[in-house]
Design a protein around this ligand. Structure first.
Ligand code: PML
Length: 256
């Protein structure tokens, strides 16, 4: 059987390339028989997003060479017991710092999540890449950011994860998708990531890292935060171009 990467992105006011506002995206890897159904689900998702009605929906279908797919293990998941926003910020700083991110970089990242990472304080379709020591931004295009792509679960892993999340009272699709993305991001050589949703109503964020796995942090997103993602790397130890192409191009399936 052959598998296909199906990717959706939706924007408002213009296509992404022409400065449209990014409102939602989705990533699946499925056998051909499920492509049509997947497209339908993605259309529905694009249409019902909290940030608004899309003017442009871009859906991309691409066959993947089976031998190039990497099989990886999901990061371990836990939820911090943070009670309010201040506590959540404290927890995020602790986790990032213990993962090797320097205070200047942590503060710079938190500012970007508050204000919106794109120039002029807008949401960004992709993520910020930041040097973990200096806080310098490294993504080639700060309007666009870097979009992590071509990742999903095997059917068995997806079923197992659903059971696990349900037993924790967390069947939310966001958790499933964020965990897949975060797993690929760490696998690709990222030291740590911080993420807050761009959905104004979703206030749980996470910090993930090689050291601590995926740690969900309730109340990380303040009502005024724009949201976004920052990937911290040790820029001296990594070839930036290869790193970005792993994040965007390399197909991975989480199989346990
Ligand atoms: C998003 O989908 O907008 C990001 C959600 C991040 C947190 C997901 C979780 O609750 O674990």
């Amino acid at each position: 059987t052959m598998v296909y990467s199906v990717r959706m992105r939706a924007a408002q006011g213009g296509p992404h390339e022409k400065g449209g506002r990014h409102i939602s995206g989705a990533e699946k890897i499925v056998p051909f028989e499920q492509v049509a159904q997947t497209i339908q689900q993605m259309l529905h998702r694009a249409k019902s997003h909290a940030l608004g009605e899309p003017d442009f929906i871009n859906i991309n279908v691409e066959r993947l060479e089976l031998q190039y797919i990497k099989y990886i293990t999901a990061l371990p998941l836990q939820t911090a017991k943070t009670k309010d926003h201040e506590h959540a910020l404290w927890c995020a700083r602790q986790l990032l710092s213990a993962s090797g991110v320097q205070p200047a970089a942590i503060e710079r990242a938190l500012e970007l999540l508050a204000r919106g990472p794109a120039p002029g304080g807008q949401n960004m379709r992709g993520a910020v890449i930041m040097d973990a020591a200096s806080g310098r931004r490294l993504e080639p295009d700060p309007w666009r950011g870097v979009r992590v792509s071509r990742m999903d679960y095997t059917p068995r892993a997806a079923a197992e994860l659903s059971r696990l999340l349900e037993s924790m009272g967390l069947e939310h699709f966001r958790v499933r998708e964020a965990l897949a993305l975060a797993t690929k991001v760490i696998y690709a050589g990222t030291l740590a990531e911080i993420c807050c949703s761009d959905d104004p109503h979703y206030t749980t964020g996470y910090v993930s890292s090689q050291r601590f796995g995926y740690v969900r942090i309730p109340h990380l997103k303040h009502a005024s935060f724009k949201g976004g993602r920052v990937f911290f790397i040790r820029s001296q130890e990594i070839n930036l171009e290869e790193y970005i192409s792993r994040l965007q191009e390399e197909p991975v399936l989480i199989d346990q």
